[in-house]
Ligand binder design. Structure first.
Ligand code: FO1
Length: 300
């Protein structure tokens, strides 16, 4: 079964790992969000692609949810001591990846090509693609002003309420993205924050068009458990921007694009305009991620 998975960072990366355990990884294409990419200390950082890459390679830090396991922070200590930019924490091992990517991008290599090389180098069998090779940046509109995504998320600790989300950049899909969506037997939207992880992918017009015109099922997994985000601000954003945190509110983020929504047993069983699949969605370990992926794929 060929799977095309749209994914953000932490939750999406965990789910992606489950999908590659549930089916042949060679049949999986993960299309990652790049709206939260940023430049730190002159380096090009793609946090969501990296979370997925580290998770698929088994190199991720499970507790933190981002970055690498067995990380050290010596370079960052030096940066801090020298009064450098240290609000976005890059670990020593992580830095190595950013150096390689930044050099390649500066030499003119597209992000999708560098990502393919990095994924191969860490032994990933699945295909990992950025949604676009173009520069895309997510902006968050709040009562305190508009902020680039990571400034709101990390520097301000996502404390500001969100009035709106915007995506800067006119983007076309990265090579392979439309093909993966066209060849898939099922398209899956990972349990990621709809607004800041999945919407940037859907903001690429031809990706949205491909989902709208799909001939195969598209199934989204809700990132909420009992109306609460496992991590991050998705519940607050849904309450404010969609008017609530029920499965219907989550589904409204993907109107016209999905055929089913996978929701947790702890969520209300209100009738949905689309099919609801009820299961345990909390991914406490790899076995739980795999079980969730199997349930999602069986629902296709
Ligand atoms: N998240 C934080 O909350 N604080 C950080 O300092 C931080 C650094 C970081 C470095 C590399 C990386 O790949 C991710 C990092 N993240 C950090 C996570 C990231 O900001 C978010 O999880 C995603 O952008 C949202 O999906």
């Amino acid at each position: 079964m060929k799977v095309a998975l749209l994914s953000g960072g932490v939750g999406g990366a965990r789910f992606a790992r489950g999908v590659t355990a549930a089916v042949d990884p060679a049949d999986v294409t993960v299309i990652g969000n790049v709206g939260d990419d940023l430049e730190v200390l002159g380096m090009a950082v793609s946090p969501d692609l990296d979370s997925i890459l580290y998770a698929l390679a088994g190199l991720n830090d499970d507790e933190r949810g981002w970055g690498r396991a067995d990380e050290s922070w010596r370079a960052l200590e030096t940066v801090s001591a020298l009064g450098g930019e240290d609000w976005f924490r890059l670990g020593d091992r992580d830095l190595g990846l950013h150096l390689v990517r930044t050099q390649a991008l500066r030499a003119g290599e597209p992000l999708s090509s560098v990502t393919r090389r990095l994924a191969r180098a860490v032994g990933i069998e699945a295909r990992l693609l950025p949604a676009t090779d173009d520069r895309q940046r997510t902006w968050i509109d709040t009562p305190a002003g508009s902020f680039p995504f990571q400034e709101w998320f990390v520097a301000r600790g996502h404390r500001d309420d969100v009035d709106g989300v915007r995506f800067e950049g006119e983007c076309t899909p990265a090579p392979g993205v439309l093909e993966a969506l066209g060849e898939a037997d099922v398209i899956v939207i990972a349990p990621s924050n709809p607004y800041v992880s999945i919407w940037p992918i859907l903001a690429v017009p031809r990706i949205r068009g491909s989902l709208r015109d799909r001939e195969v099922p598209c199934i989204a997994v809700s990132p909420l458990v009992g109306g609460h985000a496992v991590k991050g601000p998705a519940d607050r954003m849904l309450a404010r921007m969609a008017g609530g945190t029920s499965p219907a509110h989550v589904a409204s983020c993907y109107a016209g694009l999905i055929d089913a929504l996978v929701v947790d047993e702890a969520d209300p069983r209100d009738p949905l305009a689309i099919r609801a699949v009820v299961t345990q969605t909390l991914m406490t370990d790899l076995a739980a991620s795999r079980r969730l992926a199997e349930t999602v794929l069986a629902a296709a």
